[in-house]
Write a protein that binds this ligand. Sequence first.
Ligand code: APR
Length: 248
Amino acid sequence: MIGTIQHAAALLSACRSAVALTGAGISVESGIPPFRGKGGLWEKIDPMEYAHIDAYKRDPEAVWRVLFMELKKVLDKALPNAGHAGLRDLEEMGILKTIVTQNIDGLHQKSGNRDVIEFHGTFASHSCMACERRLDTSQVLLETLPPRCACNGILRPDVIMFGEIIPVDHLQRAQILAASCDVMLVVGTSATVQPAAYLPVIAKRNGAAVVEINAEPTPLTGNISDVTLLGKAGQVLGDLVAAVRRLR
Ligand code: APR
């Protein structure tokens, strides 16, 4: 522990408004593999080959066969874990205002958090690349790949792929929240993909305390993070919420 649960709990219980930035690590205990590090998806698949919008435009069937079919199987089964529940509890306690998530699994909303910015989009819906019609992923037929719209256009999940920009409204709102919060909880992200990875820097530069929860150190550890709690997000967030409750 580079910092203590008690220190993090004191910061949270005294804060006016906390914002969380989450990454794949918070969903690992729900059975969704991370992208980097141990068991990371990008250790097996080249993201530039299969997670880039140009790759999808070039060969959507290959992207479905190599990446999206596996991802969909895992997402369809995934349920919120204790880490998601901890952030829900912090919202219910009036401490956590918003979650900015890089995840596309919808587990924060399933866990009960009401204000979630899906910075990298969502796999819960698809859009037609021809007529732009949007439909729920549960209505997308996968008998033939890539899936097609009624207009025969190719459907794509509403995730932000490499080579695409973050929706401006999400980017601006996330930056404003980062600049105005007094605590930023950074949970389960390798803090390597921009512009998400810069949000903790914005928070820090605007006077917020940064509390990091991760299974291992990241580029934030020891310079941007005021407290780094090393461990599994489910366990650490459960302990952290219990410590905050004891201070109230
Ligand atoms: N508890 C806490 N942290 C964990 C756990 C766990 N159980 N398991 C893994 N981690 C940590 C890893 O140590 C790592 O720092 O979660 C982080 C996962 O990092 P990435 O896989 O890089 O995920 P993320 O930071 O969300 O990636 C950002 O990259 O590929 C793009 O669009 C993709 O949104 C993704 C973005």
